[in-house]
Ligand binder design. Structure first.
Ligand code: SAM
Length: 359
């Protein structure tokens, strides 16, 4: 929101604007952008001046996504990685720590004040493995970045930067890319560019926030509900075993009666046609009358029942979590893809064309 833009809309935040800071659906706060002031929350400390020049709707906090992106990109100690744009530098700090002193982060930002601010901050934080460049990567590419294993694009038109990014990637290994986009229209353009540039294993994931509550031992309500679930499972299992025991007993008595009636002759050979059919059906279905030999095994199961409910005693030492039923919000769509070395891409293409020729 902008206090002066109630009637005249403006895209970029300025000093004096009313801004709604959205931490989560249940955690919103409004501030008037005042140079010299700061917002404090559980994510950190943010100077109001850092918001000046950002577009309304910009996301500056997305801690949970960083570790996931880094893991899926396979970023490793000693690796070279590209990031564009730099923005707040939050992702840059994380990538810098991950690749360590033997790796290199190539970071690009085209917005002059943001670039200068990040440059100063990286220097004061000692991020010596980060090389920040002031550059429009969609127009001018990634300059001299090379030997890159992973690329992270967090900018409005990643499809324009993808053809440039390809020139920086290591040709001898499988390299990875991730494009972070808030809406599906951007995802569609990104995916079709990745396809046409020869990327494989393309997939998009929607990142949703869902919180898990810790179930504390001291919370009698939670414990009561969990133990009642265990109790009902135990009761259900016990009823099943008891029903099975009754079925077996009935079947055994029936078989004994049939045997007595037939004066020692095999029941299935001399049974009435209806009875014979029933016995054969029982045999086919594996019902107890055809499977009395299993009785001993079943009895062992009944005896073993007290062993099966053991989890009840273990439960007291376990920390439990319960997911909240509803999603708390959507942070982004993440599109991942891999680029195989050219020789492998050619081999796959040859295999696919021979398959389609046969078909
Ligand atoms: N990943 C960043 C972080 O951790 O804070 C957030 C990036 S922010 C969403 C997008 C940034 O990309 C903005 O700072 C913007 O100025 C920059 N940007 C947009 N298009 C660009 C381009 N073509 N070349 C370089 N930077 C660009």
């Amino acid at each position: 929101l902008s206090s002066r833009s109630m009637f005249h809309s403006r895209a970029v935040i300025e000093a004096g604007d009313l801004v709604i800071v959205y931490m989560s659906r249940d955690n919103l706060t409004s501030i008037i952008i005042t140079p010299g002031e700061e917002i404090h929350n559980k994510f950190g400390r943010y100077a109001h001046v850092d918001l000046i020049g950002q577009k309304f709707g910009t996301k500056i906090l997305y801690l949970p996504d960083i570790s996931y992106i880094t893991m899926r990109l396979g970023v490793r100690v000693g690796g070279n990685v590209i990031e564009a744009g730099t923005g707040s530098g939050s992702m840059t700090h994380s990538l810098s720590r991950t690749v360590g002193p033997t790796g290199q982060v190539f970071s690009f930002e085209y917005h002059q004040p943001r670039y200068e601010k990040a440059l100063e901050e990286f220097k004061s934080h000692g991020l010596e493995n980060v090389r920040l460049q002031h550059r429009n990567v969609c127009k001018d590419g990634f300059n001299d970045a090379s030997g890159v294993e992973a690329v992270f694009l967090d900018l409005p038109a990643p499809w324009e930067a993808i053809p440039h990014a390809m020139k920086t990637l290591r040709p001898d290994i499988i390299t990875k890319i991730c494009c972070f986009s808030p809406c599906l229209e951007q995802v569609l353009k990104t995916v079709s560019t990745l396809r046409s540039e020869g990327f494989s294993d393309i997939f998009t994931q929607e990142v949703l926030i869902r919180t898990h509550e810790l179930v504390k031992e001291s919370d009698p309500d939670h414990l009561a509900s969990i133990s009642s679930i265990v109790d009902s499972l135990k009761a259900h299992e016990k009823r099943k075993v008891e029903r099975r025991a009754v079925q077996m007993k009935t079947a055994r008595e029936k078989a004994r009666r049939q045997k007595e009636n037939r004066d020692g002759v095999s029941s299935s050979e001399h049974a009435e046609p209806g009875q014979k059919r029933k016995l054969e059906e029982d045999k086919a279905e594996g019902t107890p009358s055809a499977d009395i030999d299993n009785e001993e095994k079943q009895q062992e199961q009944i005896k073993g029942f007290s062993v099966w409910v053991e989890p009840d005693t273990q439960l007291k030492n376990v920390v439990l979590t319960k997911p909240t039923p509803e999603m708390k919000g959507h942070t982004s769509y993440l599109t991942f893809a891999s680029l195989y070395p050219e020789s492998i891409r050619n081999a796959i293409a040859a295999q696919e064309s021979s398959k389609s020729a046969v078909a």
